[in-house]
Each structure stands twice: as C-alpha cells, then as structure tokens.
Design a protein around this ligand. Sequence first.
Ligand code: NAD
Length: 460
Amino acid sequence: MDKSLESIIDNQKNYFKSKKTLSIDFRIQKLKDLLKEIKSNEKEIELALFNDLGKSSGESYLTEIHFVYSEINIALKGIKKWVKRKSVRSNLINFPSSDYIIPEPLGNTLHISPWNYPFQLSIAPLIGAIAAGNTVLLKPSEYSVQTSQVLTDILSSVFDSGHVDVVVGGPKIASDLLEFNWDYIFFTGSIEVGKIVAKAAAVNLTPTTLELGGKNPCIIDETASIKVTAKRIVWGKFTNCGQTCIAPDFLIVNKKIKNSLIKELINQITKTYSEDVIKCEEYGRIISEKHMKYLVSLVQNEKILHGGKFDIDNKFFEPTIVEIENLDSKIMESEIFGPILPIIEYEEFSEIDELIERYSHPLALYIFTNNTSFGKKFLESYPFGGGAINDTVLHIANDRLPFGGVGQSGMGKYHGESTFKTFSHFKPYISKPLWIDPPLRYPPFKNKINFLKKILKLIS
Ligand code: NAD
C-alpha cells in the first residue's frame, strides 16, 4: 500500500475524529470561503476548461461554474434547516418517550470524478459532503489535467489538509485509494469502472453512489413541432461535443417526419456552429486522442447524413448525423459520448418499446410530442434515471429534482438537499425518563398477555 496515501488518509481520519466538522458554523464558513475562492478564480477555471476540453467561457460559466454557485447557495440557504434534529411522534409501547431523527455525518468520504464536466462534477458532490460534516478525498480524472490543477489550488487554499485533500492520478491511484476503508464512496464515471468501484466497496461494505452512463434514447413522434425539437436536440447533443452523460445518445423518429427533422437538425447545427465548425469558438474539443480514435471507429461503416469530418491532432470531431440500418453495428453497442447522433426510424409503437427494452434503464429518456398526456404516460412506463418531455438535459438544472441513475445507469441521488442527504446518516433515537417504568413489557406475561393483546390491537 502507498505510504503517502496512507498518511493523507490517517490525517483525514484524525481530522474527522477531532469533531471539528460537527460545528455547523464551521461548515457554513467553509462553504462561504469556497464560494469566494471560486469567484476569485473564475478566469483560471475557464482557462483550464478551455485547455482541457476547448470549452468556450460562456459554456464553462453556464454548465460548470454557475452550477456550482447555485449548489453552494442552496446549501448555505438550507443547511440550518437540514441539520436540525426532527421530533417524530412516539407510540404507546414507548410511553412516555420523545423520539428524534438527527442527521449525522458519515465520516471520511472518497470522491472519484470524470473529465467531461471536471469542475462541476468534482465540486457539486463535495458541497453536500462538507455541508453534512464529512471529510473529502477527491481523485479527479487524469484526462482533465489543467482543471485538476485548478481544483487542487482552490481546495487546498480553502480547506485544511485532512478536511479536504486532492490526489491526482489515474486508475492505479484510484485502485490504491479504493483499498482503504472509507465511510462513503461517491463515484462518477463509466459503467465498466463503476463495477470495479462497487466490488472494492463491497469488501468493507462501504455505501456507494454510482453516477454512471449509458445509451439515452430520444423519441420524436409524428406530432412534435420540428423546429423547436431540432433546436433542443442539437443543443443537448452537441454542447460539450456530446460528452455529456445525459445527452441524447440516439434518436428514434417517426418515419412520417424523419426527413423534415433531419433537414432541421442540419439547419440548427449550421445555425449554432456555422458552416465551418472547426473555426467556431463555441464548439469544444474531444478530451483525448484515445477518445478521438474511438469516435472515428464508430462512424467508419455508417451511413453519414451530415458531418463526419475530424482532425485527430486538433481533437476536433464535427457534429455528425448517421442513419442506423443495422442495430448490431458498433455504434449501437455502447454509449457514444461524442458528437455523433444516430437516427433510427419507427412506424409502430412496438418498435420503440423493443428499442427501449434493448437499452434498458438508461440514465436519461426523452420524448418529443405535442400530445403531452401521451408523453407523461410514456415516461411513467419505463425505468430510467431522469428525463424530459419536449426537452433534453435540463432536468439536471432543477436542484429539487434528485439526479442519478437506476439499474445499469447507477445508484444514489444528489443535487440540492439530496446531496446533503446522501452524505448523512439519519440517526433515530428515543429519550425516556427514569421516574416511570410501566411493567407491561417485562415477563412473566402469563397474567397480562390478554390485556397486552387488547392494547396492541387497539394501537395497531
Ligand atoms: P471513467 O470511468 O473512465 O473514469 C472515471 C474516474 O474513474 C476517473 O477519475 C478515473 O481515473 C477513475 N478510474 C479509471 N479506472 C479506474 C479503476 N480501475 N478503478 C478506480 N477508478 C478508476 O469515466 P470517464 O471516461 O472519466 O467519464 C465518462 C463516463 O462517465 C461516461 O460513461 C459518462 O456517461 C459517465 N458520466 C456519468 C455522469 C453521471 O452523472 N451519471 C456524469 C459524467 C460522466
């Protein structure tokens, strides 16, 4: 076992044992300090996101920085209420008693984050963990190197070491970290690595959140308004170059409107990113050469309807639309996680049903239709992490909606108060006086069982 990791983790254990994080004022102060430090490092964060992923400053602000501001402000506004001990009604068997539930921190938490929204996905879980009184060891992705550096700088200037530490590195470091006995593991990443994390967590029975991915279907029925549908799909799919866990992975389109939708999708791509996308400052880049090569391999044998240009050195991949004729092709095997939009046509509803079953339990499911009651019935009849009728991605923007997957797409929920709940144990206890001690519960029961039965019947 790595000695330097051992000493970082020992330090975290001692920090938690010191009970410093139990003070609510201390937690509030740390969240305020974090907000202030992020504000004074906005330019550095935007530059790092540009260098890692070619994100424009506007996109970085909206999808990463603002998101974090909002989560911190929600925690600052809610924390005093969230941490309160709550009284619950007692019952006859316990009479007289006062019964309570109090949230307590879990302890030392490990966070492993991905590269696609490397700032937001590292800080958002941390906010809830700190608000709930835990320590955090963050291991960001080895791909988003510049953002990892900014994260290290910001977090080390706000938090004492032991309270929050950042350890950088790839799978080796991550596996070493997973060998320690954590009180909670919060993982965001691929299904494949999620399984490795779950196995490692099982050794110590560590509770875990797994925020994973998958292939998100997006259905467009024949009643959908083509223009706004195309606009919202293009935005959801090509923001961050399709490297968004809840981006629509592929479209299932009614045959009657397929051609007009494709025409409008192309029109919207051109309008948003211009004819010469490579020169468009609002269009990002693919994270690495390895991911570029994967995307190139996906379109090699496909029928390309639009786009398809790429430049591996520049990590540029044009917004691309492909028509799927064979569901067994590589592109339909697993999550694309890039700017390639496959289109599948349907005629009968049963075909949609089969496709959703095939990619069951996605992280997101979308339907575009002017028949809203059908849309509701549709979304309510399939299991998926979260979704939308007539939009993509934006369910993530409401902190009152718990965010997370189900089945293959993950377990656990966060955002807003849900993050605080994730990192808390809601501890129940009862408090009784000693001056009274009703004899009914004590043996021998022989002479009181009939009376007891009557009472139990009365109160149940
Ligand atoms: P990844 O699983 O390859 O890596 C995620 C993290 O796990 C990184 O920090 C990485 O270093 C670490 N890791 C890699 N190998 C490991 C191992 N053997 N043991 C322990 N940790 C290991 O994922 P990625 O490529 O960074 O991100 C893309 C994936 O993340 C996509 O599948 C996407 O859908 C998913 N994702 C999900 C969400 C969500 O909220 N559900 C958000 C963003 C991304």
